[in-house]
Design a protein around this ligand. Structure first.
Ligand SMILES: Cc1cc2nc3c(=O)[nH]c(=O)nc-3n(C[C@H](O)[C@H](O)[C@H](O)COP(=O)(O)OP(=O)(O)OC[C@H]3O[C@@H](n4cnc5c(N)ncnc54)[C@H](O)[C@@H]3O)c2cc1C
Length: 537
């Protein structure tokens, strides 16, 4: 408390802001509970910027526009938030006095139109909810969502440019979005701009949709998204190969990228192999649900029997312990014969590059249940905290990036040992690109978000570890150094820019930045929409 007079004014403003939000949304949908404000002020990146002032949960587009009007009146920054499954500061406030707009009440599937082959959703829907809604249908969005889809929302995926399971990425089948702008306007893009009732094509004049993808919520609050549906694959083939050497596995992954027929292709290393084979045996009902899902996703009885046999011969995945590296892949086709034939090309490449076939049990199970338990990837096997970073380069640059990372972590080995840090990596190929996710681990207390995703067992074992600010700072410094000194010279792309990756510095031509700033000024003249996101303060 100061005697300057500023604090009472701020307090009065804050009380009025909360009162107006409560009048708009109703009592249960506005929170100033300190625990909740704290939860909304941290993500997995562990950096603290500012504490949220209030959390508002809109239930409709009118609510969102009402919140924006109140924010505008009070000059309060707005921070759109999905499930906050991010590690780049996107959904957490940078400025004090911010309203966090938690979109998860807006989770309705508005329309599944099998005549026009479209699905329209509110953006607070999770990928798991969307998948469940389309489960009984012969059609799907062939991009299935991020690994975090059990909690992550479609809106967060749009804000981060989600990649992950299935074909392409979140933009590949996107027909348009609806966005509530900070200046009060409501914009539809792409096919939604032409005919919101029957969206079809996006090619009528400039399609503004992509402007709002990976914008980290800096250009508006997305309220609706419309995707094109396609007939589900008539057949899917699964394969996996073990490798003694990381380079060999990556050579195959790059070759698979170039062949261009795989729907999914991931490379896992020794640490993640251990994560997978150390999983406790699932309870009977979960095991049965998995078997049912595999049978459902198979093309006919014979193929279901083959997939179940492949799953079961992998047992508890103990065979992964014998292989430091594995390439895991799925090929989809119009029918089983087409999928198997296309997989033939991958098998030849694997043979040529020294891969040893291993049971594809992991990838069969993951296709059936693609959304991993969040706690499994964001908390280490022994209860370490972790943050991944993503970096994507062209296929021809991939190995050079990998070698630069090898050298970086080798040089920092003493520093890492001194602070008890560890690093692992995942790789994937998306379209014609080579992606790597280095993950840094350290021992520390669980921040409230991390604690909130732990199941009972991990809460009991790891939920109350002591604070270790020194190791955390070391991990943060190591990550920043990697992004600045190792990633940046490759001129990579980063999904999930948030408030972390050096987007502005990466624009090689200043005009690229000034045009974006002009757009920001046009849609958010008071700079209230997620300040700091993309580097737009
Ligand atoms: C275990 C784990 C696995 C992951 N796997 C993947 C993966 O496979 N692929 C991948 O791409 N990412 C992955 N991620 C990162 C992240 O979960 C995804 O990017 C996800 O799409 C984020 O969704 P969210 O709902 O949690 O969004 P948030 O984290 O809440 O928000 C993300 C950004 O979008 C903005 N935003 C959210 N909703 C809206 C809205 N309605 N309107 C405007 N802006 C909005 C936020 O301000 C923020 O900048 C993973 C994360 C974890 C922890």
């Amino acid at each position: 408390m100061t005697s300057s007079g500023a604090t009472p004014t701020l307090k009065a403003d804050h009380a009025a802001l909360v009162e107006e939000l409560t009048r708009l949304l109703g009592d249960g949908h506005v929170s100033t509970d300190p625990d909740e404000l704290e939860l909304c002020s941290v993500d997995f990146s562990e950096q603290r910027l500012a504490t949220a002032a209030v959390v508002a949960r809109p239930g409709s587009v009118d609510d969102v526009r009402g919140i924006i009007a109140i924010a505008e009146k009070h000059g309060a920054p707005l921070v759109p938030r999905g499930a906050s499954m991010s590690y780049t500061l996107g959904p957490i406030p940078q400025r004090p006095g911010s309203i966090v707009v938690d979109m998860r009440r807006m989770n309705r599937i508005l329309d599944i139109n099998l005549d026009d082959l479209t699905v329209t959703v509110e953006t607070g829907v999770t990928w798991a909810e969307l998948r469940a809604a389309l489960a009984g249908c012969a059609y799907e969005i062939p991009f299935h969502g991020p690994f975090s889809g059990s909690r992550a929302t479609v809106g967060g995926g749009l804000g981060n440019w989600a990649v992950g399971w299935g074909k392409g990425d979140i933009t590949t089948y996107l027909l348009g979005v609806e966005v509530a702008l900070a200046d009060g306007r409501l914009l539809q893009t792409g096919a939604l701009a032409t005919d919101p009732q029957h969206p079809a094509l996006t090619c009528y004049g400039p399609d503004l949709t992509r402007l709002f993808i990976n914008d980290a919520g800096s250009l508006g609050i997305k309220t609706k998204a419309c995707f094109r549906l396609e007939r589900k694959a008539g057949g899917s083939a699964y394969a996996a190969w073990g490798f003694a050497e990381e380079d060999q596995a990556l050579a195959l992954m790059s070759e698979i990228g170039r062949l261009g027929v795989a729907t999914d292709c991931f490379v896992f290393g020794p640490y993640h192999h251990r994560v997978f084979y150390s999983r406790p045996r699932p309870p009977a009902h979960e095991a049965k649900a998995l078997l049912r899902a595999i049978a459902r996703q198979s093309s006919g009885r014979l193929n279901a029997a083959r997939n179940l046999f492949d799953l079961l011969r992998g047992g508890k995945l103990g065979f992964l312990a014998r292989w430091p590296w594995s390439v895991q892949t799925i090929v989809d086709g119009a029918n089983q014969r087409a999928a198997d034939a296309a997989m033939g090309a991958l098998r030849s490449a694997a043979r040529r590059l020294g891969g040893k076939p291993i049971p594809p049990s992991l990838v069969i199970a993951m296709r059936a249940m693609p959304f991993v338990p969040i706690e499994e990837l964001i908390v280490g096997i022994d209860g370490e905290c972790s943050f991944p970073s993503n970096c994507t380069v062209s296929l021809s640059q991939g190995m050079a990036l990998k070698r630069a990372l090898d050298a970086f972590f080798a040089e920092r080995a003493d520093f890492m040992r001194a602070h008890g840090l560890m690093a692992t990596r995942l790789y994937l190929t998306t379209a014609n690109a080579f992606g790597v996710e280095p993950i840094i681990y350290w021992r520390d207390r669980m921040n409230p978000l991390r604690y909130s995703v732990l199941g009972e067992d991990r809460r009991r074992r790891f939920g109350h570890q002591p604070e270790n600010a020194t190791a955390r700072e070391a991990a943060l410094a190591l990550r920043r150094e990697m992004v600045t000194n190792i990633f940046a010279p490759f001129r990579p792309t980063h999904v999930q820019v948030g408030k972390y990756y050096p987007y502005r510095a990466s624009r090689h031509n200043p005009d690229c930045w000034s045009v974006l700033e002009g757009i920001k000024n046009a849609v958010d003249p008071k700079r209230l929409m997620n300040p700091g996101a993309l580097g737009l303060d």
